[in-house]
Design a binder for this molecule. Sequence first.
Ligand code: BGC
Length: 751
Amino acid sequence: MTDSEATRASNLTLEEKAALTSGADFWTTKSVERAGIPSLMLTDGPHGLRKQAGGSDHLGLAGSVPATCFPPAVGLSASFDPELAERVGAALGVESAIEDVAVILGPGINIKRSPLCGRNFEYMSEDPIVSGVMGTGLVRGIQSQGVGASLKHFAANNQETDRLRVSSDVDPRALREIYLRGFERVVKDAQPWTVMCSYNRINGAYASEDPWLLSQVLRDEWGFEGIVVSDWGAVNDRVAGIVAGMDLEMPGSSGRTDAQIVDAVEQGSLDEAALDVVVDRILELARKAEARPTASAPLDVEAHHALAREAAGRGIVLLKNMAPVDGREESTPLLPLRTDGRLAVIGEFARTPRYQGAGSSQINPTRVDTALDAIRDAAEGEVTFAAGFTIDEDEPMTADAEKLRDEAVAAASAADTVVLFLGVPAHIESEGFDRTDIDLPRAQLELLDAVLAANPRMVVVLSNGGVVALPFAGKVPAIVEAWLLGQAGGSATADVLFGAVNPSGRLAETIPLRLEDTPAWGNFPGEHGHVRYGEGLLVGYRWYDARHLPVAYPFGHGLSYTTFSYGDATAEVDADGDVVVTVAVTNTGEIAGREVVQVYTSLDGSSVQRPPRELKGFRSVAIEPSETVTVQIPLRRSELAYWDVRVDRWVVEGGEYLIEVGASSRDLRTRTSVQLDGDEVDLPVSMNSSFDELLANPVVGADLRAAIEAKYGDADGGLLKMLGNFPVGRLDGFPLPRDEMIQFVERAQRG
Ligand code: BGC
């Protein structure tokens, strides 16, 4: 496009314009040589580059060029560290640039509404602030290299079942406050070059042709400047998509939908100006992509592998760390392991790691570390291995299963300590379908019991993309949640087991006790084309806290090999109206570590439904032994707002906000409060306003109260209380003559 910088839609023919709005093939856009418009490649994503060299598909079936497989979102988000995400993003950008990829398809930041969603490994959190902040880090990193990100899947795509057609039926408050909030944050803070619209419908309308979603919310309200690309095959009605602001259809339709666009313009049912707007946006994307200098250096495989290892180590969550002494648990921790002990490493996952999920995000890694090799490298004492189970076999009673179990028991009996690797087999969780339970395979649970009986000094290491129930949490002394951690997950696990890395990951999603306790249970995955988001705002920890439900491990939880103490938090409102929370955190142990300081807010006596507490800010801080760090965490005023359906906008309610600061949603160490002025909400006054509303009106409220009290002597307020929810025009003559009520309403309307 160099010789025609000024190429605009108006310089192109109708056919050329239509052609530009859909792909040439699976991964590239069409070029228009006459006008110097290049073809661009957009490809997966999100935690590594999946550039296919031969066959093309969006399910990860055909191979792709080798690339670093960084931790999938489930692992990266557990670091709660947007700076780390930015570094990983920059590495993704570098690898994309080397392969001349204009846009890498990620990050995915859909909310983990149910642990059953087959694609939870690709998503960040059950919380929109974590999703938005971590997503922002990734987008900034990717785009720092002159490569575009594609924020996906916009929006309310929270399950795989019937994902191309299902309507996510969700109330406006939950939609705004939970499902769109993370997208809003990333769009405003990082301006992704592209946003990928999802397959599903939202309240009946396909995301790919919804003008409310793609134009009103995304562009007009949030100021999005990039292009909207369809998820692969998400287009239902191409012409409606153009009108709605869905710029680029991927993959291409071999010209079928281009012809529909041309026809629609010629027939007069599509305004050519609407097509021009879309085409100009696509040309702008091409300009941005062309501005990136050609990558000059080859991929530094070692450096990126090292970053993948660092990131994986930061995502590991130490759930429990005790040690069994004479049949009891003592608080002396079992981890980190001594390097000179006799170790039994048990479980096929130690040798055959699960490090990424199946589907479109499946990377062809440059190499893969296994935990078994890494443990053997780090250990000085004897390390024995027993597979214990076959990954894809869930029948505990077969002769083969019993033999594997017996070998594992023998290895465990001869060792000082057992490290047992359990996990979810790949065929159970994947893009394309959802899980039906959250249980580990029976063969693995039976193995655990047998091995535990032989040796109670046991560390369980979990490999899973979605959370699993942990029925053994009470009897196993140590549990390490190692998610799916990318190609260096194995070595990162050994780093944590032996203490080379002090764990600092935190749960970005609650681990429930039972599937039946989870918020979407009974409303997932819906039926007959609809899924009702019946839990509303109460997603994730918001639900468990509201219902006072016990959980296996709460949102935000994660242990360290050191300990931290908190000083008293303070909070103040700064010049921009944002709240700044300050707290001193001291490392009270003997080794360096990281604490993830979390800030939750609530508003007692709020006029709208609110969860008991909501995360509004967090920070991961490195603290040396005995060091005290003063941590400042800004809470944006805008994040404290609720979506007011009466006026269809964000509103900050005035009042005294409680601010709780701590190490998890259920380990709150210090609290303070801050007084906030509320936003004005002008509601139209009419004869249909209630007595409560008119009594609260600043102009007439006091006079109305006086008039009623003068007539009925309502000293204890009982009458007004009973009357409160009655529209003032409903009862003629009671409590005041109708004329008098009309006068009050008119006075209030005049203001
Ligand atoms: C997935 C997207 C992916 C695309 C291209 C779709 O099936 O939902 O996340 O980017 O395929 O592979």
